[in-house]
Design a protein. Structure first.
Length: 187
């Protein structure tokens, strides 16, 4: 008898391996001053479905259909990558992009939870998050894994405290279907 691996099992395993490679890409992405304040996590199975449930709850509370639509994408995905940042740490450049006179004023400012994320955030930490997200999505693309960066996924992840030290989180659901489930979606 010839050993075989069914495509569904192989694809599931490959997606989880791709997710791990995406985390490496996020970790090794260039960071401002070489200071790494990026946080990452892979969700699949029951934990992924709990995230989708939280997104559906937010959809109902806020009457925003986009959360429900994106929750369906999460449910239909094999895994979700979470990438967040400790944005409440200053880079030390005193640029004022955060809205404060300098980094000392920024660091003394009261940190508060907005509707989706915590702030204020250092612009350089936000840029680092963007580079990490782009690096992770690039790896998925190179591996032909369907994906989409979604802020609503991050909103639910923050509310569930999945990356407790993060002030901003974005999610990247991943799948391998005959057609990408993340584009040409109903609004």
């Amino acid at each position: 008898m010839t050993p075989t691996i069914e495509s569904g099992n192989a694809e599931k395993d490959a997606l989880l391996e791709a997710a791990k490679l995406m985390l490496i890409a996020a970790r090794t992405a260039p960071k401002s001053g070489g200071i790494d304040d990026i946080l990452t996590l892979i969700l699949y199975g029951k934990e992924k479905d709990t995230l989708a449930e939280k997104m559906e709850q937010i959809a109902e509370e806020r009457k925003i259909k986009g959360f429900k639509r994106d929750a369906k994408n999460v449910r239909d995905s094999e895994a979700v990558i979470l990438i967040g940042v400790r944005g409440n740490r200053s880079f030390g450049l005193k640029c004022g992009a955060c809205g404060y006179k300098d980094c000392e004023e920024f660091e003394k400012a009261k940190k508060k939870l907005g509707e989706d994320f915590s702030g204020p955030n250092c612009v350089f930490k936000a840029l680092d998050l963007g580079v990490a997200l782009g690096s992770a999505a690039k790896i998925a693309s190179v591996l032909n894994v369907d994906n989409r960066i979604m802020y609503r996924v991050g909103t639910a992840a923050l509310k569930l405290k999945l990356l407790p030290k993060a002030t901003v989180i974005m999610g990247i659901p991943m799948s391998a279907k005959g057609k990408s489930i993340y584009f040409d979606r109903a609004k």
